[in-house]
Design a protein. Structure first.
Length: 396
């Protein structure tokens, strides 16, 4: 059975004006599918709302309804809304749903009667028992699971017991504008880190690494761009950023390290990334199986020097950059020197980066999600038609 018209889809996630990676991801996925279909008709969003989020504004297209943490009435109404669609695309991070480790996601999925696909943005290798149970139960309750890297798929299988045939690997999408010509210019090479700022980014390690490069001629520049993460600012103000500024002063790097604390719109961010010569990702996490910043850097043809978190190891393996051990600032400095100080190597890495990211543009990625969801809806419908009359059907 094939649809005469595409199935209707509801997306469950954080969403604008919330500032976070999942909100940006979901907006891009929604837009990509709408553009592929040449219409946003039949596509809606359920926005996840934390009790601390007080200024998100009224519900307006494409948002159909808000799901508020810990609100049983909101949960019931959202489930009723979602069951009016042909399918649900649900984004998962432990911190975006209510309850301990976001366990309220299970309460939501238990109420759904339509095919549901969950995209796991984090797949921990060493979860707590409670986190493991949530992911295992969620995976078993939906029709399909999406991860964005082979490491994520392997972890779902080995750590959470998910069947391989239940998993689809679809890379993180990228705004096609990142793939435009390089805008890098100037005598001094520009290294860039961008994104929401907080302690997990380990930017002090990158700053320390640049302290070992003061002998280079021309002297490199290092731009740290992005606003402080709203949750970090809420709990600690600008203490982390102030500490980074002080570190730059103490190391005498005022001529090397610069800060831009703006939260840029997409077009401005694209120009900023394309204006860099290389990208630096000193992330402290050893668990990260998905990085939107990493894929955007590679799509822009920028060599990347990163700590060896799982996604960077996979993406940089063919030569689009260098992954270095965590907490090894000497190795980080050496990797930066080998890229900044060698124009031939930098050009070769940039060429490989563009090759690696050739099929990551959002239009292509959105079509893959749309095709997956359509296929799973068709499978569910065929399965339902084959059930003898009077037999109880178990959703899943």
């Amino acid at each position: 059975m094939r649809f005469r018209t595409p199935p209707t889809i509801a997306f469950v996630s954080t969403y604008r004006p919330t500032i976070c990676g999942l909100a940006s991801f979901t907006e891009a996925l929604h837009t990509g599918i709408a553009q592929s279909r040449r219409s946003p008709e039949g596509l809606g969003v359920v926005r996840l709302v934390d009790v601390r989020d007080r200024d998100l504004g009224p519900v307006a297209h494409p948002i159909a309804q808000d799901l508020r943490h810990g609100d049983a009435t909101s949960l019931r109404r959202v489930a009723e809304l979602l069951n009016g669609y042909d399918a649900v695309s649900l984004q998962h991070e432990f911190g975006i749903y209510g309850g301990t480790d976001g366990r309220e996601v299970l309460d939501l999925v238990a109420r759904l009667r339509v095919p549901t696909v969950v995209t796991f943005h984090t797949v921990l290798e060493q979860p707590t028992d409670h986190q493991r149970r949530i992911v295992a139960e969620l995976s078993g309750a939906v029709d399909g699971c999406v991860v964005m890297s082979p490491t994520g798929a392997r972890r779902l299988i080995e750590v959470y017991g998910v069947a391989p045939e239940h998993i689809e690997v679809i890379p993180h999408g990228v705004d096609p504008r990142f793939a435009g010509p390089s805008l890098a210019s100037g005598h001094r090479p520009l290294a860039l880190t961008w994104g929401l700022i907080g302690p997990g980014k380990q930017l002090e390690d990158a700053i320390d690494a640049f302290a070992h490069l003061k002998d280079l001629d021309p002297l490199p520049r290092y731009l740290i761009a992005g606003a402080t993460h709203p949750r970090v600012r809420e709990s600690a103000g600008e203490a982390y950023r102030d500490g980074l500024v002080q570190r730059v002063h103490d190391l005498g790097l005022q001529d090397v390290v610069e800060f831009d604390d703006r939260y840029l719109d997409r077009a401005s961010l694209v120009r900023q990334v394309r204006s860099a010569d290389l990208v630096v990702l000193p992330y402290g996490s050893r668990e990260q199986v998905t990085s939107g910043v990493l894929v955007e850097a590679i799509a822009a043809g920028k060599p990347v020097v990163a700590t060896a978190f799982p996604h960077s190891v996979e993406v940089l393996a063919s030569g689009a950059g260098i992954a270095v051990p965590h907490e090894d600032r000497t190795a980080f400095a050496g990797a930066l020197r080998s890229v900044v100080g060698d124009p031939v190597a930098l050009t070769a890495m940039a060429t490989e980066a563009r090759r690696v990211a050739a099929d990551w543009a959002w239009p292509a990625i959105a079509r893959r999600y749309d095709e997956l969801i359509t296929r799973l809806v068709e499978v569910r419908r065929v399965h339902t038609l084959r059930i003898p009359e009077g037999t109880a059907r178990v959703a899943g």
